[in-house]
Design a protein around this ligand. Structure first.
Ligand SMILES: [Zn+2]
Length: 852
């Protein structure tokens, strides 16, 4: 199966949609088949022209992996495969071919062989999984009305399921990106009227969507027209199925009137597809509206059967594959089927996450389209509970949502309670053993990048906009904590605070005051916990590590708190730099900060002598680049490395506390304590931090801190990006810093939320076995070639955005296990590790049955 997934990605997601452009009808006398001859033979592996296009695209997408000869072999092999099995060469037959290889029908369930689950994951990262499932149902003659396959296909390793059956907790998921959200979006898009393009235009013109098409020169209008055509083709294919299913003759004769009025003829369809602009499509408006009116109900999903979110499309595709496998297609039909599948993949992957060229930058953009076309949140909530109850072994879920007003939060809790109860009863009726899911809510603040261009001028400190909006948002949360005792049942539902989204130019320091404030507020109820998305997106690994440390230092993280992702903590440093060919790209400010951070982290250890050369190197780098950083600012005072370090330590403070020209005069300890006693200062200044007082008492440090925030020249200079060639001392220092940070996190009792699919895709790791998680915890997993870890940091396995990543919680554990088996760990060790992770997830959950 190697390479087949890549080839299918090229065919169904990467080819230019102009490949489908039909010639205008030559004469009315010629048939559709005669007119479209050239296009109709595309997607045929016998067609040399198509193969040429395919090969070039393949080498363009995977330039490092293959040469022309290898691609030839890959394509030829696929051709042989389908020719031998089906006597056909159209690429559509690859779907039933691989579906048959991947799936089995066991105990009336579709299952993927456990040995193949990583391959299956490879396919669905490139092409929508529903297509394979539909192809399998069709080739096994399984009636898609009577049989409803699960949304996420389970595997054949029963022992693994039995271990997980004892119960797991989901400690990291976002409400709006879980459940069946992506499918819901797709069906909602299909249900919108073709000429009602308002939502569509908004979706397409969003600068974060369809980036690749836009860079290849496609205009928004082109993309909108293309999507309109896909919707049209969908309707035509539905009609094709109806005609196919009914007795053909009867349909044509008895319903002739209806047919001509409410159906599109082959020629009409052809004419609609050759239009080049939306204006040309207008000619067909009346007809199209008539036809879609009688079919739109097909896209309606109601809360009585939320599974329709994904079943609608599967059923439709199953019927198409049935026609295909019965060899009752026309060439036009095959053309339209291919047209539709390519469109489906192209658009749907704008809702979901694939692992291709995926950096965090692209992903965070997806966060904003997650809601896409849906305006009925209840459908999302229902789908979330349906999906978790379906898994059967989920004990607790921590649901992440954006901040809400007290009123909205209460409303949401009521709705979630009701939905939870509904699905509990529904599944309890089927399975007596199922227990009610306990859920809690985590409020996550959304991080936004700072920019010197967005109005943050000299009179404003860094991240001013973000800080102001954060303050506003946090008041909503605070007001919730002040609810009267009578509202206890609501209050206990809020179990944690988090911050998510971009990390670049929005460092943890921004969140110091608000997190500390919430910690104070929650002291009474002692029910609130803290976590933070960090070390996931970074320009350099050192930068990611430092961000993790900043969460600990500036947000006062401690025992029972957790970190979200923290990829930098477990990544292999040498491999990282080899991949980067020993170069790093960093802003000047970040580079200097990274150097000072590493210097003091290393120096604070006892073994200073041992690392003296490394420290000397770091000190020289600091000297060189801090000069450069400050070169434009006419600073009239000298400062030392130590002063700079102290200034860095003050970053957990709120810059609004530092007044323009003065610094706090506090040479004496007494004065420091008096300042910190003032009511607001308790959280505006980071005085709980052990290093704060010493830093605060350093006048130069205060001045440097003030400049860091308020000096425009310094900020401009700090934003300059440079390429640095990395010396071996630097790499050693990062390695050591990572190790010391691991030790620190371990000793503090902080744990890490691991999200395997999400982590793999965002960090552009190609294999599960390379997940950073294995770099911080592999309790009981032994191998001769593998060095034992000094510290195993507690971790839990979670889904993050299960709809976007096409996964569920059990599937995440399963893929980890499969990767470990494949890597050669002993079977019994792997099962024990999974059991350990399962228990850990419950232990680390913020939800407790017994109130604190
Ligand atoms: Zn997340």
């Amino acid at each position: 199966m190697i390479n087949a997934d890549r080839l299918m990605r090229i065919m169904y997601k990467e080819l230019d949609f102009n490949l489908f452009a039909l010639n205008k009808l030559d004469t009315e006398n010629k048939s559709v088949a005669e007119n479209g001859m050239k296009q109709f033979s595309m997607f045929d592996l016998k067609n040399d022209q198509f193969i040429k296009i395919l090969k070039n695209k393949y080498l363009e997408v995977y330039p490092d992996n293959y040469n022309m000869d290898e691609v030839n072999i890959i394509i030829e092999e696929q051709k042989q495969n389908i020719q031998n099995k089906f006597g056909q060469t159209n690429t559509l037959f690859l779907f039933p071919f691989y579906a048959e290889k991947l799936f089995k029908f066991v105990n009336s369930h579709i299952r993927v062989d456990f040995n193949d689950i990583l391959e299956w994951d490879g396919f669905i990262n490139k092409v929508d999984g529903n297509i394979f499932i539909a192809a399998f149902l069709a080739s096994n003659n399984i009636n898609s009305n009577a049989y409803q396959p699960d949304e996420i296909i389970s595997h054949t390793n029963n022992r693994l399921y039995k271990i997980l059956d004892k119960g797991v907790a989901e400690n990291h998921m976002h409400l709006k990106a879980s459940g069946y959200t992506s499918d819901l979006n797709w069906v909602t898009l299909l249900g919108h009227k073709i000429f009602d393009t308002e939502a569509l235009t908004k979706f397409v013109s969003n600068e974060n969507n369809f980036g690749k098409l836009k860079t290849s020169g496609k205009k928004n209008e082109d993309i909108i027209l293309y999507i309109q055509k896909i919707k049209l083709v969908r309707i035509y294919l539905m009609q094709f199925i109806d005609v196919y299913k009914s007795d053909n003759k009867y349909f044509l004769e008895e319903k002739k009137k209806e047919y001509t009025d409410y159906c599109i003829s082959e020629k009409e369809m052809y004419r609609m597809l050759v239009v080049n602009t939306s204006v040309e499509l207008e000619v067909f408006r009346e007809k199209i509206q008539k036809v879609e009116r009688i079919r739109r109900h097909n896209f309606r999903i109601n809360t009585a059967d939320i599974k329709q979110s994904y079943l609608i499309e599967r059923k439709f595709l199953t019927e198409l594959f049935t026609i295909l496998l019965n060899n009752e297609f026309t060439r036009f039909f095959m053309y339209l089927f291919n047209f539709y599948l390519a469109g489906l993949n192209l658009i749907k992957f704008e809702f979901v996450q694939d692992n291709i060229g995926m950096g965090f930058g692209k992903f965070k953009e997806k966060e904003s389209v997650k809601e896409g076309f849906l305006n009925n949140n209840l459908l999302i909530y229902e789908s979330v509970f349906d999906k978790y109850y379906k898994e059967g072994n989920i004990k607790k879920i921590e649901i992440r949502i954006a901040p809400k007003s007290k009123k909205d939060l209460i409303k949401l809790i009521d709705t979630l309670n009701k939905t939870n109860e509904k699905y509990y009863r529904k599944y309890k009726a089927k399975n007596e053993a199922i227990s009610k899911i306990e859920y809690g809510i985590i409020i996550h603040y959304i991080k936004n990048s700072d920019s010197l261009n967005n109005g943050d001028n000299i009179s404003m400190w860094r991240n001013k906009k973000m800080r102001v909006s954060l303050d506003r948002e946090s008041k909503k949360t605070s007001s919730f904590f002040s609810l009267s005792a009578a509202s206890h049942l609501y209050k206990i539902k809020i179990i944690g605070i988090d911050a998510a989204n971009v990390e670049l130019r929005c460092r943890p320091e921004v969140f110091g005051p608000v997190f500390r404030k919430h910690r104070l507020e929650s002291k009474k109820s002692n029910n609130l916990n803290f976590t933070y998305h960090v070390g996931e997106e970074f320009n350099t690994i050192c930068n990611g590590l430092r961000a993790i440390d900043e969460v600990v230092e500036f947000l006062n993280f401690r025992r029972n708190d957790r970190l979200g992702h923290a990829l930098a903590l477990g990544m292999e440093i040498k491999t990282y730099f080899t991949k980067k060919r020993n170069f790093l790209t960093s802003t000047l400010q970040d580079y200097v900060d990274d150097i000072i951070w590493m210097y003091y982290l290393v120096a604070s250890e006892n073994s200073v002598d041992y690392h003296s050369n490394m420290l000397l190197y770091l000190a020289e780098e600091f000297e060189k680049y801090s000069k450069k950083l400050f070169c434009n600012t006419k600073l009239c005072f000298e400062f030392s490395m130590y002063d700079y370090m102290c200034a860095y330590q003050l970053r957990g403070d709120n810059p609004s506390e530092y007044k323009v020209s003065e610094v706090f005069e506090c040479r004496k300890m007494m004065i420091y304590e008096n300042i910190m006693k003032k009511p607001n200062k308790k959280y505006q200044l980071n005085s709980d931090n052990k290093k704060h007082q010493e830093a605060f008492m350093n006048k130069k440090a205060q001045k440097l801190y003030y400049l860091y925030h308020n000096n425009l020249l310094l900020r401009q200079q700090g934003q300059q990006t440079e390429i640095f060639e990395v010396q071996s001392y630097y790499i050693e220092a990062v390695e050591l810093a990572q190790n010391l940070l691991q030790k620190k996190i371990y000793e503090k009792g902080i744990s890490v939320e691991v999200n395997p699919s999400s982590n793999r895709k965002i960090s552009s790791i190609t294999k599960f076995i390379d997940l950073p998680a294995f770099g911080i915890n592999r309790v009981g997993l032994k191998k001769e070639s593998l060095k034992d870890l000094d510290y195993h940091i507690p971790v839990s396995i979670n889904t993050d955005d299960s709809s976007i990543f096409q996964t569920n919680l059990n599937n995440e554990y399963s893929m980890l296990a499969a990767a470990l088996f494949r890597y050669g760990f002993a079977n019994e060790d792997v099962y024990q590790y999974i059991e350990y992770l399962r228990k850990s997830s419950l232990e680390q959950s913020f939800i407790r049955e017994v109130p604190f």
